[in-house]
Design a protein around this ligand. Sequence first.
Ligand code: G6P
Length: 492
Amino acid sequence: RAILHGDLRGEDVIVVSNREPYIHQYRRADGGIEVQRPASGLVTALEPVMRACSGVWIATGSGSADRAVVDANDRVAVPPERPSYQLRRIWLSPEEEAGYYYGFANEGLWPLCHIAHVRPTFRSGDWAHYLAANRRFAEAVVREAKTDDPIVLVQDYHFALLPRMIHESLPDATVITFWHIPWPNPESFAICPWALEILNGLLGSNILGFHTQFHCNNFVDTVDRLIEARVDRETFTVSQGGKLTAVRRYPISIAWPPVEDMVGKPVADCRHDVRAGNGLPPGQLIGIGVDRLDYTKGIIERFLAVERLFELNPQRIGQFTFIQIAAPSRSSIDEYRHHEEAVNALAARINARFSGPAPAILLKVEHHEAARVYEYYRAAEVCFVGSLHDGMNLVAKEFVAARDDERGVLVLSQFTGAARELPEALVVNPYDVDQCAAALELALAMPPEEQGDRMRLMRRLISEFNVYRWAGRMLLDAALMRRRSKLPDNPV
Ligand code: G6P
């Protein structure tokens, strides 16, 4: 955190993401405004970074009371309880949101980049909105820049065209783009009718970051295959028209130490409150899953594994409950609505088969505040992260951070970025129902010493590679580039 403060003193830092870190939801009866922290890995990671270095965060306004709190420049100081940076909101019309966010970003790029076997949909109308929305954010960056060489941190697949647009208007800006989701292989990426425009857009960045080396490799292979550019595999840079982009791996993480509010409540109280609050008997064994209700998260496969656990270990019936917290997400997209129906139906079917005095599966489709989620993490015997494909997955890291008692077992999909960093978890293939069921049983039966050994190793890694280091490393690399670019040209 100190490094961030030091490096950024006096710098003009702008973050751009689609999702805003605080949503002003509605006015309560007492006159106050209800503020929500959205369920987004990107926000979870970036918010502590922005708290540490004041700057401007530009994002789409999404709450019904969002307009009520901004000033004439559409800005509001956040966090509400202790303002330390500015949130600048962009207002999109329902048509813009349908085309840019639901359409191109979430029915096109999202399934294109995740191997979850959902077919991407590309429509030229959505593309036009995507282009226009990127343009509007680029204009906002130019307006918010206090200097002609700001550091701009562009976040995620909503803004593939933005780096090039910023570079054209502010050629001395340092643009660091981070792609929070996987990058597919060249054959898959070429499905996108606007593949070339997207690559050219991203190559307006000075640094382009991914969570894993595998995704860096896929990106560089895609560039090599699809466009005219010079790829240097020694330095992992791409140069195109005199512009150099460094492609780098920066595995994202979470704040460490975790905020006191999250881990302040004793584990025994969390265990008691979670059981009592959900009508479960004392001593009930608990598994926890925490996700957005998204088809990439493998919720169906996870429930099938719980079902198989009961088939193979009947003594667990009535003794173990799997609690799935599922935050509603992108529900105007058909694929998400169908997925929600399928998840509900499967939970009901498994509960009809296997509930004892307590249900087999407790499905909670609603938004949970972070402090509540941490209570669940602290109450659980096992946390099951079963994504079919995931850039990083911060739930895995949050669960580990929550367990300062060094107990609890993480079952983790091999198809998450997190699995590369946390091999001490029980790493599973979420498509292999038998293997996942066996991992759940292993977790429930694991001796406390082994839980402690695994948990300590994972906690050590996350404490060291926390989110400040993630941001710090990108900014250090950027600072070096800035200093180099200010040197006179080599005279010899
Ligand atoms: C993923 C994406 C983020 C996004 C989050 C929540 O983590 O990488 O960019 O914010 O999902 O999705 P939403 O569509 O609600 O912002």
